[in-house]
Design a binder for this molecule. Structure first.
Ligand code: NAD
Ligand code: UGA
Length: 459
């Protein structure tokens, strides 16, 4: 069997690497139009940082896993083609700012139609609005080569930072297809058979196409909703003396609620929660369901509020002015254990602090200076320290002479720093704003810091 995956990003790369590892007899080609990315996948410095990924790629690359820019060649040779390209929020025209941009998916479907000479199963791996499979089908069925295509939906549920673990041991694999025809059922069986090599068949869920597409959006909406719910409570905790971690533990102990995804924070980030919620809101409006649209929009509004609230603390506690004050930023990625900064709350918080005149000293163990500058729209002509943003190679360098430390990503190393040493080098009063509740606030207070943490009362 030959598999091709179009799109060598955060999903395509890790997903195909794990498939190649679990299915040594299957040839897996991952293709992309971005040559720089493909070159990186073929190098010792992979474009995606994920714990455990290097070892998996090293074990199978060049054996049954191949990365290349030959999209047409790999598609034409494949039995199964996964579409794993980006589906960002549309920025123009109808649905701008909310609908998903499907031009990359459409381009893939057209290319598959153009180059195919043998029957294929085409799998939606990207997150798509419900009923996108119809668009793909229409494009594929309009080619007159006589080639037959089956379209399946197989959304990905991995989370960044734990991608390899999630792929090796998924809660479930979801496969949506045309269960009304024998060809459709056969295609579902083929894809399910591939996963069944390492996933318990009880965890492989088969549905119709539209349920599968909508389940992916719904899963992300529910996860984001839990975070916004606990973040709403965090504001109330700060006002009342309740502790958000204690509330989350007590609430999560109810087996109907469960303990996961109740960690209050400076807000959720990542490439998908906001994009998928915006898309859900757009779909609700499109189908004339304004009340449902408003409900999901509130989850996003709460997230924006949480990020604003955090930045407002810093301004208020530093006596209403950040002008010329050095503020250390610990962490820039949207969560720990990834180098991905897409929609990171750090971007909004940093922009907000910069607009107040702060001089930011940013340290992140995995995000490059180039990426941070690009996210903050800092031009090449600005040199570090001169444009209000300095990228530091250690948290100690970032915090030296600063008025405050803001913790924006819960990298494990931040809990283990020498805060006695850091305190001595900071301006006084030395502030710590813990946006991830990942530091020991009581200990820091004993060391002399003033500490504010999400959902905790101040001192
Ligand atoms: P990404 O931007 O990292 O990668 C997409 C890749 O597709 C890019 O490298 C791009 O160059 C390539 N591409 C675009 N058009 C192409 C074309 N016509 N031919 C060849 N290559 C093309 O995106 P991602 O984070 O991997 O996400 C991909 C999809 O998976 C999205 O729909 C996303 O919502 C979904 N998803 C992402 C995650 C995640 O953790 N990032 C998890 C689950 C689902
Ligand atoms: C999320 C989902 O968890 C995946 O199932 C899904 O496949 C993926 O989106 C996607 O479709 O892209 P991801 O965004 O990679 O995965 O990471 P999460 O662990 O979900 O974290 C998202 C954001 O929420 C991060 O900023 C994280 O710090 C924040 N978060 C998470 C909290 O603030 N509190 C929590 O309790 C959990």
């Amino acid at each position: 069997m030959k598999i091709c995956c179009i799109g060598a990003g955060y999903v395509g790369g890790p997903t195909m690497a794990v498939i190649a590892m679990k299915c040594p007899d299957v040839r897996v080609d991952v293709v992309d139009i971005n040559k720089k990315r493909i070159d990186a996948w073929n190098s010792d410095s992979l474009p995606v940082f994920e714990p455990g990924l290097d070892a998996v790629v090293r074990a199978v690359r060049g054996k049954n896993l191949f990365f290349s820019t030959d999209v047409a060649g790999a598609v034409s040779a494949a039995d199964i083609v996964f579409i794993s390209v980006n589906t960002p929020t549309k920025t123009y025209g109808v649905g701008a700012g909310r609908a998903s941009e499907l031009k990359y998916v459409e381009a893939c479907a057209r290319q598959i139609a153009d180059v195919s000479t043998t029957d294929k199963i085409v799998v939606e791996k990207s997150t798509m609005p419900v009923r996108t499979a119809d668009v793909i089908r229409q494009i594929l069925s309009s080619c007159d080569s006589g080639v037959k295509f089956q379209v399946l939906s197989n959304p990905e549920f991995l989370a960044e930072g734990t991608a390899v673990k999630d792929l090796e041991n998924p809660d479930r694999v979801l496969i949506g297809g045309d269960d009304k025809t024998a060809e459709g059922r056969a295609a579902i069986k083929t894809l399910a058979g591939l996963y069944a090599r390492w996933v318990d068949p009880k965890r492989i869920i088969e549905t119709n196409l539209w349920s599968s597409e909508l389940s992916k959006l719904t899963a992300n909406a529910f996860l984001a909703q839990r975070i916004s719910s606990i973040n709403a409570i965090s504001a109330l905790c700060e006002a009342t003396g309740a502790d958000v971690d204690e509330v989350a533990a007590a609430v999560g102990a109810d087996s109907r609620i469960g303990p996961k995804f109740l960690k209050s924070s400076v807000g959720f980030g990542g490439s998908c929660f906001q994009k998928d919620l915006l898309n859900l809101v757009y779909l609700c409006e499109h189908f004339n369901l304004p009340e449902a649209a408003r409900y999901w929009q509130n989850v996003l509004d709460m997230n924006a509020y949480q990020k604003r609230r955090f930045a407002a603390w810093v301004v208020k506690d530093l006596f209403g002015s950040l002008s010329g004050k050095k503020i250390a930023v610990f962490g820039f990625s949207f969560k720990e254990n990834t180098n991905d900064t897409r929609e990171s709350p750090a971007i909004d918080v940093c922009r907000n602090l910069l607009s107040e005149g702060a001089k930011l000293a940013i340290y992140d163990p995995k995000v490059s200076q180039e990426q941070i500058y690009s996210d903050l729209n800092i031009g090449e002509e600005k040199i570090p320290g001169d444009g209000g943003v300095e990228i530091c190679s250690s948290p100690y360098e970032a915090s030296k002479d600063s008025y405050a430390i803001t913790v924006l990503t819960a990298w494990g190393e931040f809990a283990c720093l020498d805060y006695v040493k850091i305190y001595k080098t900071m301006k006084k009063p030395a502030w710590i704003f813990d946006g991830r509740n990942c530091l020991d606030g009581d200990l820091l207070r004993r060391l002399g810091y003033r500490v504010r943490a999400v959902g905790k009362s101040f001192e």
